[in-house]
Design a protein around this ligand. Sequence first.
Ligand code: FES
Length: 304
Amino acid sequence: MKMLNVTINGITTKVREGTTVMEAAAELGIDIPALCYLKGVNEVGSCRICVVEVKGARTLQASCVLPVSEGMEVQTESPSVVTARKEILKLILANHPNDCLTCNKAGECKLQEYAYRYGVKFEEHQGKRKELGIDTSNPYIYRDNDKCILCGRCVSMCAKVPERSVLAFGNRGFETTVIADNNKTMGESDCVSCARCISVCPVGALMDSRAMNIGRIWELQRENVKCAACESGCDFELIKKNGKVVAVRALAAGEGRPLCLKGRLTVDLTYNDNPKAPLVKKDGEFVEATWAEALGLEKILGKM
Ligand code: FES
């Protein structure tokens, strides 16, 4: 394998031919922000938050899709790079709900992370705003299209699910949005709730409905587990509150391996605290009951 010399922020290293500038920087411990990029899933270079300055290049370059060339010299946080990133963040925030205080993604949102990193705040915006609303028609997927930054990760990930491609870009220009099955709700669409889209969304546009309002991520305990449904052994994370599993979520989707619905359901059923006995409603409250009671068989069984 041919090796190439590259200098990033003054540090020279050797990388394999075909390595991108973003990957080379990561090998040196240099973090370049990324919103649309997800290795093996979405490598389209569309959001431009990852731009870097390359010596001799006329414009800033998207590092996520830029292969290293021999002797390349790169700056990842030069004044022009920082200015560009701030402008990109300002443009995104101009059409993004200002509700980090109550958003369930706070603490894990990439947009929030980068706005903090570059000191970009919400500003009064006089122009047109998108008002697409929240879709809660799918019991597992909470979809807030007003928070969508059109990175395309969910669209690319959904396209990897055999016979799905439920999510796609719809409309044009300012009206561009992510739609499900030619503009149906998620509940009406052919979505099978595999939740891969949730695992790759960098912002609060797609979230686990069952994990809404259970607490801030820093208040919850997290534990990594492997799925045992097949030999792939995909990585999942159990989210616990006071020792009780309150959510299960996929971790490995960003590493090119498409997680399956079978795996998610298997882990869900294995670890989620399911009731130990059937529940029946009495005086407006769910209480534990016997199976005979739950199935209305008490009288029949009593006569036997
Ligand atoms: Fe590189 Fe979006 S992360 S263009």
